[in-house]
Design a protein around this ligand. Sequence first.
Ligand SMILES: [Zn+2]
Length: 278
Amino acid sequence: MFRTMRSLLSIRRLAPVAIVAAVLAACVSAAPSATVPAVSGCAADSHLAVGGADIRLSFDAGDFPAAGAVQICAWTGRAAAAVSDYYGRFPVQRVRIVLKPVHGSRVRGGTTFGHGDAGEPLIVIRLGREVGAEQLDDDWTMTHEMVHLAVPSVPDQSHWLEEGIATYVEPVARVRVGQLRAERIWADMLHGMPKGLPAAGDEGLDRTPTWGRTYWGGALFCLMADVEIRRRTDNRKGLRDALRGVLAAGGDIRQDWPVERVLAAGDQATGVDVLASL
Ligand SMILES: [Zn+2]
């Protein structure tokens, strides 16, 4: 895998700006306007209907006085709209989202489970008690966690695939619906992607479970796959088609799939064997 990645990286070096520019332009252009649900009357235990899904949002509004229930529902709705636009629908029909209050004013992180307490997908977000509308407007965490819903659970050693897809898709999905400026993807990729490159002694993504290789190494895999799918299909298809194919084949977070099955389902949707080869 290391050798394959090196050779693909050298392809990218031949015309890095042109190729990556074409990919990003294709990724983020021509976005349909996604529907963000009305949030008037939003309460602390609400059902949001976005992308064909029933999203149950559970929190105590008194825990987040600066943001308030309406801002929190709007934040959740924006993330759901971005993910629904990217995948053509919300990844699962039902999900419960629980907001746990923590110290501070930031979105502190999240975890997504395929089978929560009711046997349905569950997202738990740790949210600072002093969080305000500005932090929620700029947040990527909720979108990242929702992208996890669209990826089957793979064996632990291939955790990089789950995190890489979530890391790569999140900003693209937000740019497509106008929630993030395209320039931010460029800046963040320039800053973040080098952290995913193999260092001396690297044993491949499956056997190097560092933070950099898991998140940014996985995202780099996605970027390279997006470039190569577009190159081999004359820009007719991209990684989004592959990931939609995985979801259409039944591959959401509730399923335990070997990584080869995920990659094969993606390749079948694009008609080129980019994912398996990479
Ligand atoms: Zn994640």
